[in-house]
Design a protein around this ligand. Structure first.
Ligand code: URP
Ligand code: ZN
Ligand code: ZN
Ligand code: ZN
Length: 486
């Protein structure tokens, strides 16, 4: 059975043009005019874009004494409803500390539930010979990126020597190191100061994690990556201080990638100072929401290319779970939602306002993610042979975001009341329609697949003459083969 997406405007990271898209089985067969097929999907008046890829989620993650409430099933359905066809979830080692077992555990949980495709990042939360050895197993299992928590002291945090050793191992294996950049030692001290002063509410969460602690950690991680000679991906960039470190490093020729979140672009720190405990606690995440000047910096980064992707860090904890911290803000489970809302909010606040072009929107929500995570052009592209992960994106459907009609299991939504001006008319995952506006039927759990991501090839020979002439240290390096220009 072939399908033709008919009459739309194909919009990719680099082009916009009127064309039909013919799908055969799971892949794109042809892009052109007046294509014929067995079935037709109406895209008249809409954009035809590559399915969204959310590079950062935490579904059913055990964290801070509880487990994130969003399941693989509800999370991937919410994703589909919002035009996201793939997400990359963070795997955490269990009690035994084994990476391999953690990946198998994530497969066990996710496989029967997922309605759309999934990949994993692996968290490195300590350092020993087993972890060193198992990182290779992880790469062979299709996990080519490793996250290091510089925060959450006493729990997930790694020390600098551990991070350095792990970055070296990543480089050896052709894997991409990632960091959660916040100085965990300073945060820990500031948290204690707040409690000592009797400031126990969610506003103290913001006070104890100022932008400087994020900027310091981003700088430190970048310098460690530079010493090792590896690219680096900085997750959930929230502030100018971290963004500034990324800009500076990129200008020097380093492959440093920065990921702002849709929450950081559109919600600010005033959310913590409304005098409503539950409202603020629901928005407690790390790093915290920032002031407007930081939002302006993040938008500028997306415009200029110094920041490449927009993620959600979707970590959903119910109101009841948030109450765990009612007497002590340090115990409020950290995390907020966005998986379903990311595309619509970025379109409304980015494209509708003229901050981003539709092509930049596609790059930030899909294509750049696929390139950086090494699954392009299987994902993130509308080209012949690519997976038919496609969204018919309707810029004329408006709605008001609300917990009353979202697909998340959460009892609230941090974007409650936001008016968005665009929606997915259809979402296709490998050729299957998994979402149709107005029908609201759930895709088959278990139809989604794990997408293995191969290690990066060496790019030593691709080093530019400029670097040879200007930076002798750089020549000995072996940066990965990530395409230039992102
Ligand atoms: O607050 C957050 N970001 N929760 C999820 C875990 C993490 O640090 O990414
Ligand atoms: Zn330390
Ligand atoms: Zn994090
Ligand atoms: Zn996260």
């Amino acid at each position: 059975m072939s399908k033709v997406i008919k009459g739309g405007t194909v919009c990719t990271a680099d082009r916009t043009w009127k064309a039909d898209v013919l799908i055969e089985g799971e892949v794109i067969k042809q892009i052109g005019e007046d294509l014929k097929g067995d079935e037709y999907i109406d895209a008249e008046g809409a954009y035809v874009i590559p399915g969204g890829i959310d590079p950062h989620t935490h579904l059913e993650m055990p964290f801070m004494g509880t487990t994130a409430a969003e399941t693989f099933e509800s999370g991937t359905w919410a994703a589909a409803a919002g035009g996201t066809t793939m997400l990359v979830d963070f795997c955490l080692p269990g009690e035994d500390g084994s990476i391999k077992n953690a990946i198998n555990e994530w497969h066990r949980k996710s496989a029967p539930q997922i309605c759309a495709d999934i990949g994993y990042h692996m968290a490195i939360t300590g350092w020993n010979e087993t972890i060193f050895a198992e990182m290779e197993d992880a790469v062979k299992m299709g996990v080519n990126s490793f996250k290091h928590f510089m925060a959450y002291k006493g729990a997930l945090m790694v020390e600098d020597d551990e991070m350095f050793a792990s970055f070296q191992r990543c480089k050896e294996l052709g894997a991409l190191p990632m960091v959660h950049a916040e100085n965990g030692d300073v945060v820990d001290l500031l948290q204690k100061e707040m409690l000592a002063k009797g400031i126990t509410g969610p506003e103290a969460h913001a006070y104890s994690r100022p932008p400087e602690v994020e900027g310091e950690a981003a700088n430190r991680a970048i310098m460690i990556a530079d010493a090792v000679g590896t690219p680096l991906y900085i997750v959930h960039v929230s502030c100018e201080q971290a963004h500034e470190a990324i800009r500076r490093a990129r200008q020097k020729g380093m492959r440093i990638y920065g990921e702002p979140l849709i929450q950081f672009l559109t919600l600010d720190e005033s959310e913590y100072f409304k005098g409503d405990w539950m409202h603020s606690a629901r928005r407690v995440m790390s790093p915290p929401f920032r002031g407007k000047e930081h939002q302006a910096s993040l938008w500028a980064g997306l415009q200029s290319g110094s920041l490449q992707v927009v993620a959600t860090d979707h970590a959903a904890f119910t109101s009841e779970q948030k109450l765990m911290g009612k007497d002590n803000f340090c115990l409020i489970p950290n995390g907020s939602n966005g998986l379903e809302e990311r595309l619509a909010v970025l379109w409304t606040e980015g494209v509708e306002t003229g901050r981003l072009t539709p092509n930049e929107f596609v790059a930030a929500t899909s294509t750049n993610v696929a390139k950086i995570l090494n699954i392009y052009p299987k994902k993130g592209a509308i080209v012949e042979g690519a997976d038919a992960d496609i969204v018919v994106w309707d810029p004329k459907i408006s709605k008001t975001i609300s917990a009353a009609n979202h697909h998340s299991v959460l009892d609230y939504n941090v974007f409650e009341g936001f008016n968005v001006t665009a929606q997915a008319r259809y979402t296709l995952s490998r050729g299957d329609v998994i979402w149709a506006w107005g029908q609201n039927s759930q895709p088959q759990p278990g139809r989604g697949r794990f997408v293995p991501r191969p290690p990066f090839a060496s790019a030593t020979k691709a080093l530019s003459k400029w670097k040879e002439l200007n930076s002798p240290r750089q020549i000995a390096r072996d940066p990965m083969n990530i395409p230039a220009g992102i």
